[in-house]
Design a protein around this ligand. Structure first.
Ligand SMILES: [Ca+2]
Length: 128
């Protein structure tokens, strides 16, 4: 009897968490601002809840960059917050251009997010 307990608990945990797979892709930005140091060298940091999913590559000197990177997360949950931080890479310190936050909803969703310092971030995610 006692030997069956761990398996039983595992089963309960699995059902209780209701985890889903998140896929984030098609990250593009347009009209990123330029500063004294030149055109923006953009990159994006991706978070889901408290978990860091990764960082895109830097697209140097490009006000309208796109990123081929895709981000997957197997432990996503509906209503968790997807957070995208857009930066301009610089020599001394990187400028935060804007933050996009959104609660995950089941299905496939495409969004445009207006960045505080100018420009727009476009992204698509699927969860289910
Ligand atoms: Ca720069």
């Amino acid at each position: 009897m006692a030997s069956n307990l761990p398996l039983l608990l595992l089963g309960f945990c699995y059902v209780g968490l209701a985890e889903s797979q998140l896929k984030l892709f098609d990250l593009r930005a347009s009209n990123l601002p330029s500063n004294l140091l030149g055109t923006t060298d953009g990159y994006v940091k991706v978070f889901c809840g408290a978990t860091t999913l990764g960082t895109t590559s830097i697209r140097p000197d490009n006000a309208n960059p796109w990123w081929k990177e895709e981000f997957s997360y197997f432990k996503a949950q509906e209503n968790e917050v997807l957070r995208l931080e857009v930066y301009d890479s610089d020599v001394i310190f990187d400028d935060l251009l804007g933050v996009c936050q959104r609660q995950l909803k089941m299905g496939t969703h495409e969004h445009d997010c207006y960045l505080d310092k100018g420009g727009t971030l476009h992204y698509t995610y699927t969860i289910g």
